[in-house]
Design a protein around this ligand. Structure first.
Ligand code: FES
Length: 929
């Protein structure tokens, strides 16, 4: 198509362009003008990350063609601040803790600006209306609404547009200091993988399988190789090392050559001068298949005549929990309740699609820039497939637009690196949203069957649970996820007689692995809905039933783990009970209000006898700042900030002097996967101890300089004080100048290993004289209780979650804003799990092929959320902290489902509780389409 000349104003500057009329404004801004603050989350107008303002209107730039922009005025995030001075909306996003991964932030801010430009004093409803097309997967939107309200006050002159003042004494632990990475994120300056540019780059695209299950007869790349601009088309024969990868079991081919097991399998990799050329070449790559029966359910996979998906069999793992004697337990029960439940596949739906860049190194190795949950695990897998020693593979972790477990597995890493080594050129690979949905792991679909016995006064005496998890085509972390489902199958309660069998079963569906909660939200839904059934059957208050059976110090979990400390479960129950007494919500006409309760708990750390370790290095930079290098990566949840707070307070220096470098396998110590809510505890302890050593070095240096005994010197607010005479010896600035003059290299390092844990015992019963320590499956747990208040429209079946009270025991809270943000984000993710989200497949083929079809909650559905922080300190946690990033998802869904029952008497046992299901249950005679 002929190009056209366009003139427009971008951020106040005239811009002339000669472009194809179909070029989108998003492509033009990012590609031609390098304004990468405007993000590409889906390119289909569903996520809002590409929002800019055109002639005063917030628009999604991915949908707007350049042919419509002649003479228009365009504002992007880059045009808002004036140097260091943030626009009031940007400042309020920083102050209110409205930023997590930051990928949605520029789009949110632009939508907010368009609103506040035309409506200086919006109502909450108007804010929700204006931001309704901007998704956020991290925050739960609560702090975003608060930020827009604060910005409006600043812009109306009712509040000074200033940042939060940091405490002068460096005591930042427990304070809501702004995130360390918030300012570049609100300015649109943070570079995610797709924002990187490099000379001579090639673009990689993978050919994906046409069938969910088939033998590969042949792959013909000759025609594709002839497309002008194609540099290479690689197949399995070009993989120099192990043609397989996987977190725990390497069972997934890098490039399949014999068999495909799901529609996301890659068969060929095209490397081309542009994305368009790469796509054209994909269409010319010919594959001949012999289709096989598609195993689309675990039930079929378990049948004796089912085709084998892997030669090892269709059962990846069978996990057993055994405690007491269930037959005896049921014999003692006055009441037995049985029910089956189902939870669907869920997509992580983080807003930054998978992307990475790899470049060959001079030593024959490769460097990969990628947002990753476990750079060390990535390196191990890349090295194995490329037949390189691990030290020749460098992973540089980048800011990441959300992860929630979905970036534990490699996606683009091996393919980019393979392309870079093969062509000796840098290679970039970016998944489209469709590719992300089709290829990347999901939350398991689980079939759960419960039988529980209790006495008439509410004591649980026996539980028998069977869980069948659809783990999809490859192992990923499936075994570990079903392990968690098994160990948390009965909720945070004491039950003397338990039998749990959990199976991870291969199918030809998209592989399943880690997702926030890691196998806990599935049984949390089932077991807490079941607890509600039990309470109804017994005619008991559901909170009371939970208090009677709650885990506590000295009581053992169903795996025999006798809890020694940090068990705030009962307090979370009491605190929501207290908050509930002061809450009153009226139903609108035609709606019925219901209240639902759920508790949950979750491990902190890997547990099960695995070594759980992480390192930290702290050093003084030439500029007088403190550089903290850690292996633990921040995926948006805020670990960089928490670790900087721990370091700043421990050393006694200003938080604003901290720089964090996380997840560079060459420069930072190994930190392990960011998973299992472990980094506050594990990396936090590594930082704490490295900071203590660093402080000792500083003090001894200053003591030497001033000929004083080190015991006389304290560091306070970044100042060195002789406490004997109360005199100021040195400021932080003076120290770095002096250190340079004297040639001192101030550097401290620590590798922390968490307390020992043990594997799941065959029997959870402690024998007489047995050592309870040997039953310690985890060194710490976090606990939560949620109350949901819903209004159900009896005619439509529509559910409105009006309020959620969420009490969490996470030990000492290092950053209250961050902790609240995790709770609010988790509650809204749990609300999506309860009411709308489902990743659908039909006989192995993806039905949920757009972000819109994932049915994520929008800002319009955000309920009032009251986070309550219960701080039951852990004696070995840094400042008493435990961890909490995942748990909030787990109790949110069952609390909502129980509230629906309370409102209208409909018991939903298969998630999600869509309005169609509820309407059908309310009036079974009505046909629902
Ligand atoms: Fe909104 Fe991550 S902060 S998507």
């Amino acid at each position: 198509m002929d190009k056209i000349a366009i003139s427009l104003i971008v951020n106040g500057r005239p811009v002339s362009a000669y472009v194809s009329p179909n070029t989108t404004l998003l492509t033009f801004l990012r590609g031609e003008l390098q304004l990468t603050g405007t993000k590409n989350g889906c390119a289909q107008g569903h996520c809002g990350t590409c929002t800019v303002i055109v002639d005063g209107e917030a628009v999604r730039s991915c949908l707007l063609k350049m042919s419509r922009l002649n003479g228009k005025r365009v504002e992007t995030i880059e045009g808002l601040s004036r140097g260091d001075e943030l626009h009031p909306i940007q400042q309020s996003f920083v102050n209110c803790g409205a930023v997590q991964c930051g990928f949605c932030t520029p789009g949110m801010i632009m939508s907010a600006k368009a609103l506040l430009d035309r409506c200086p004093d919006p109502t909450e409803e108007e804010i929700k209306q204006a931001l309704a097309r901007n998704l956020c997967r991290c925050t739960g939107y609560v702090k975003i609404i608060e930020a827009v309200q604060e910005a409006a006050r600043m812009l109306r002159g009712e509040k000074k547009p200033a940042g939060i003042e940091l405490p002068p004494d460096s005591r930042v632990v427990g304070r809501p200091v702004p995130r360390i990475d918030a300012i570049p994120k609100v300015k649109g300056e943070t570079k995610y993988a797709d924002d990187l540019t490099i000379d001579h780059v090639l673009y990689a695209r993978a050919l994906r399988s046409q069938y969910p299950h088939a033998e590969i007869i042949s792959i013909d790349t000759r025609e594709a190789e002839r497309v002008p601009g194609v540099v290479a088309v690689l197949t399995a024969k070009d993989v120099p090392g192990r043609n397989a990868f996987g977190l725990l079991i390497p069972d997934q081919p890098v490039l399949a050559d014999k068999k495909v097991r799901y529609v996301g399998d890659a068969l060929a990799l095209v490397l081309a001068e542009s994305q368009t050329v790469a796509e054209a070449a994909l269409e010319r790559t010919k594959v001949e298949y012999r289709p096989l029966e598609v195993v689309s359910t675990p039930q079929r996979a378990l049948e004796p005549d089912a085709p084998l998906i892997h030669e090892s069999g269709n059962v990846l793992a069978h996990i057993k929990v055994r405690k007491g004697d269930v037959a005896k337990g049921f014999a003692q029960a006055d009441v037995i309740v049985e029910q089956a439940y189902f939870t669907p596949f869920i997509d992580h739906a983080y807003l930054e699609p998978e992307a990475g860049l790899a470049a060959p190194n001079e030593d024959g190795g490769v460097t990969i820039w990628v947002g990753s949950q476990g750079p060390g695990d990535d390196r191990r897998q890349v090295a194995a497939s490329l037949a390189l020693p691990e030290e020749k593979v460098r992973i540089i972790h980048l800011p990441t637009g959300g992860a929630f477990g979905g970036r534990e597995d490699v996606t683009v890493q091996i393919l980019c690196a393979l392309g870079a080594l093969h062509t000796k050129r840098p290679v970039k690979m970016v998944f489209s949203r469709l590719e992300s949905l089709r290829v990347r792991i999901k939350r398991h679909a689980e079939y759960l069957r419960y039988k529980t016995g209790m006495t008439r006064d509410g004591k649980l005496v026996a539980a028998e649970v069977e869980i069948i998890g659809d783990t999809g085509a490859y192992a990923s972390a499936g075994e570990a996820v079903l392990f968690r489902s098994a160990e948390f199958a009965c909720g945070p309660y004491v039950i003397p007689n338990v039998k749990v069998d959990a199976y991870a079963v291969y199918t030809n569906n998209v592989p399943c692995g880690a997702m926030r909660g890691f196998g806990c939200p599935e049984p949390a839904f089932a077991s807490e809905a079941h607890m509600d059934l039990i309470a109804r059957r017994l005619g008991m208050d559901p909170l009371n039933l939970r208090q009677i059976n709650a885990l506590d110090v000295g009581r053992a979990t169903i795996t025999g783990d006798r809890l020694e400390h940090g068990v705030g479960l009962r307090e979370t129950i009491s605190r929501v009970q207290e908050a509930l007494t002061t809450t009153s919500i009226q139903a609108e006409p035609g709606k019925k209000v219901g209240v639902g309760i759920a508790c949950a708990y979750k491990n902190v750390g890997l547990g099960s006898g695995m070594e759980d370790a992480g390192g930290a290095i702290i050093e003084l930079t030439d500029e007088g700042r403190v550089l903290l290098r850690v292996g633990a990566v921040d995926l948006g949840q805020g670990s960089d900030t928490v670790l900087a707070q721990i370091a700043a307070q421990t050393i006694g220096m200003g938080y604003d002097h901290m720089i964090v470098q996380a997840g560079d396998t060459k420069e930072a110590p190994e930190g392990g996967m960011t998973t299992a809510s472990r980094q506050t505890f594990v990396a936090g302890n590594a930082v704490l101890r490295a900071a203590e050593r660093f402080k000792e070095q500083l003090v001894s240096f200053v003591a030497d300089e001033f000929q004083l005994d080190p015991s006389r010197i304290i560091i306070q607010g970044g100042h060195f004080i002789d406490q004997g005479e109360g005199r100021l010896l040195l400021s932080w600035k003076d120290l770095s100048a002096l250190a340079q003059t004297r040639g001192w290299r101030l550097r401290a390092e620590h590798r922390y290993v968490a307390p020992q844990t043990y594997p799941l015992p065959e029997s959870a019963d402690l024998p007489v004289g047995g050592d309870p320590e040997k039953y310690r499956l985890h060194f710490s747990y976090c606990f939560a209780t949620h109350v949901a208040i819903v209004a159900v429209d009896e005619s439509s079946g529509e559910v409105e979650v009006m309020k959620v009270i969420a009490a969490h025991d996470a030990g000492k809270v290092i950053n209250p804003h961050g902790a609240e943000g995790q709770i609010e984000g988790g509650v809204v993710m749990g609300m999506g799990y309860a009411l709308s989200e489902e990743f659908k497949l039909d006989n192995g083929r993806v039905i949920t092929d757009t972000l819109a079809k994932c049915r994520l909650p929008t800002i319009r559905q955000t309920p009032e959320i009251t986070p309550i922080l219960v701080e039951d300190y852990h004696p070995f946690g840094p400042y008493g902290a435990k961890g909490m990033g995942e748990l909030a998802v787990a109790p949110a869904a069952p609390a909502i489902i129980n509230a629906i029952y309370d409102a209208v008497g409909v018991r939903i046992t298969e998630l999600p509780a869509t309005k169609e299901k509820i309407r059908q249950a309310l009036n079974p005679k009505v046909e629902v389409v």
